[in-house]
Design a protein around this ligand. Structure first.
Ligand code: HEM
Ligand code: HEM
Length: 144
């Protein structure tokens, strides 16, 4: 079951990135459709967060790294630091920005919505374990 949920977590990245791009374009075009897109964005982001928290506390690439190795050793190793600290904190910040952007879109604050989502996109791109990232590489698509 863990692997199936991990595959879902991997796949949802693409949905989030696509919804973020649409939200950013609609927000900067002051298109009221952004109110709907931002809702789908929040739903997928929160679902990914929930799956991520489960993985972090149940799997081998989260809290267990700190439990087994100690925090100091984790911080000195770039791969362990990525999983135990950088991925979770970067993603939680990005998801908070997405949630605030959604509430701004409901109030028709289009520019703020666009800027917050742009910031979230940059953070997400920086802390995804892309296949070209040494030591932490994960597949482009679930299982591939
Ligand atoms: C760790 C789990 C989760 C946390 C901590 C969390 C937290 C939050 C927070 C803080 C809000 C903002 C409430 C507000 O507008 O004041 C929110 C809204 C929302 N969340 Fe989550 N959530 C989680 C999981 C989920 C899941 C699994 C889903 C659905 C798949 C979901 C769907 C939504 C929706 C639809 C909204 C309302 C968006 C809106 O209409 O503005 N959340 N959540
Ligand atoms: C926008 C939000 C997020 C995106 C786009 C994202 C993306 C990814 C991707 C692409 C992977 C690799 C999956 C694979 O190996 O097939 C991954 C793994 C992982 N993510 Fe996330 N993630 C997000 C949020 C989170 C959050 C909030 C947490 C923690 C609370 C989290 C915890 C993890 C963990 C622990 C793994 C590794 C699990 C394992 O290999 O056992 N993720 N994430």
């Amino acid at each position: 079951m863990y692997n199936g949920l991990l595959h879902l977590h991997n796949f949802l990245r693409w949905i989030i990135i696509i919804f973020l791009l649409i939200t950013i374009i609609q927000a900067f075009m002051k298109n009221a459709a952004v109110k709907k897109t931002s809702l789908w964005l929040v739903i997928t982001a929160h679902l990914t967060l929930l799956l991520g928290l489960y993985q972090y506390f149940v799997g081998n690439f989260g809290y267990k790294l700190i439990q087994t190795n100690g925090f100091a050793a984790v911080m000195k190793d770039s791969a362990m630091r990525f999983w135990a600290v950088e991925h979770i904190s970067g993603m939680i910040i990005a998801i908070i920005l997405i949630t605030v952007a959604r509430s701004k879109s409901k109030k028709s604050a289009y520019s703020t919505t666009g800027l917050l989502c742009l910031l979230a996109l940059i953070i997400i791109l920086a802390v995804v374990p892309w296949p070209f990232r040494e030591g932490i590489a994960r597949p482009w698509f679930p299982g591939i």
